[in-house]
Design a protein around this ligand. Structure first.
Ligand code: NAP
Length: 314
């Protein structure tokens, strides 16, 4: 099969298109999927540079979002059939999705909403599951609460929609390229991160009470700096880097803080598919590129300024 193989860690130039890669086979409990679309996430660029920190060794196929069609099923799989159109986020410890075929454990594979194209479906699993786990599972976001979201990109634009669907009031701090997408997705207030940090916007929206939930997808000093916007008993979730700089200030507000790593879970993706079907969740797609352009996709993500997700088509 054709695939993009990461031959060694480093620059995007190490992502090589090969047409002689063995097509994988579905083992017990697994399905073989013909990949119709794969999306590119920032974690792909991190693994490309230092995958050893994730327990990954080259040569390896990366890519952690798939939409495609079940081509074969292994022993013991009884909830999927050949021909099902599916989407999911592959595990990090096996080959990924920049390829014509991918094998996955059936437990993480979910039938995709019929009205979504493969390109739209591939944009969803990793980023939307991360947003769901942060806001719903970790922070326990409730109707009527106020949430401050840092970073309105791949994860953040789903977080805005999930928070809005949960009945929360949302301030999102993001890039100007994403302003329309974020307001259309249900943000009450958009703040351009080049101009402000969202603290006073949250103060205004919550009538001085502050954010019940802060979700940080940016990292660096953002989390520690944004504790001032947290309400008494508030909850903070970060998916990027070190949260230790914020601990003291959060505890002074009797708050909680959760550094988080997304866990793959087909049941959660089913709930996200239901939000897609009710029209509450929609991906923003920056661009669709041929698989051969994976290196260019990485350069664009690292440069920033994109409007949602970049999709690769094998
Ligand atoms: N722990 C986990 O399980 C997990 C899961 C998924 C993602 N992540 C990580 O979470 C991060 C975000 O992922 P993503 O897919 O959302 O990335 P993304 O699509 O690149 O979006 C990041 C967005 O944040 C914006 N931004 C940059 N600096 C900002 C600031 N100071 N304040 C507010 N917004 C700012 C960026 O704007 P510009 O385009 O102008 O730079 C971009 O729109 C990545 O580091 C990713 O690896 C972690």
């Amino acid at each position: 099969m054709r695939a993009i193989v990461l031959e060694q860690f480093g620059s995007p130039d190490h992502l090589k298109l090969r047409d002689d890669v063995d097509t994988p086979e579905a083992g017990p409990g697994q399905v073989l999927v013909r990949v119709h679309a794969a999306s590119v996430n920032p974690v792909d660029t991190k693994i490309r540079q230092h995958g050893d920190q994730y327990g990954i060794e080259p040569p390896v196929i990366i890519g952690y979002d798939v939409s495609g069609v079940v081509e074969a099923i292994g022993d013991g799989v009884d909830d999927l059939v050949v021909g099902d159109e599916v989407f999911y986020t592959p595990e990090l410890d096996a080959n990924g999705a920049y390829a014509e075929y991918h094998v996955a454990d059936s437990g993480i594979v979910v039938v995709k909403p019929a009205d979504l194209s493969h390109e739209e479906a591939a944009a969803i699993p990793l980023a939307a599951c991360t947003a769901w786990q942060a806001l719903i599972d970790k922070a326990g976001l409730k109707i009527g609460e106020h949430v401050l979201i840092h970073g309105g990109g791949g994860v953040g634009h789903f977080a805005v929609q999930i928070a809005h669907a949960a009945g929360a009031r949302v301030v999102v701090v993001g890039s100007p390229e994403m302003e329309d997408v974020l307001l259309d997705g249900g943000a009450d207030v958009f703040v351009n991160y080049h101009e402000a940090d969202g603290t006073s916007a949250m103060e205004d929206l919550s009538c001085g009470l502050g954010a019940d939930v802060i979700f940080d997808t940016v990292g660096g000093e953002t989390l520690a700096k944004s504790v001032d916007a947290l309400a008494l008993n508030g909850r903070m979730v970060t998916i990027v880097g070190d949260a230790s700089g914020a601990f003291g200030k959060v505890y002074q507000k009797n708050g909680s803080i959760f550094p988080m790593m997304m866990q793959r879970d087909g049941g959660m993706l089913d709930r996200i598919a239901a939000l897609v079907e009710t029209g509450d969740l929609e991906p923003s797609i920056d661009s669709v590129m041929p698989l051969a352009d994976a290196a260019e996709a990485h350069r664009r993500i690292e440069k920033g300024g994109i409007e949602g997700k970049i999709i690769l088509k094998p």
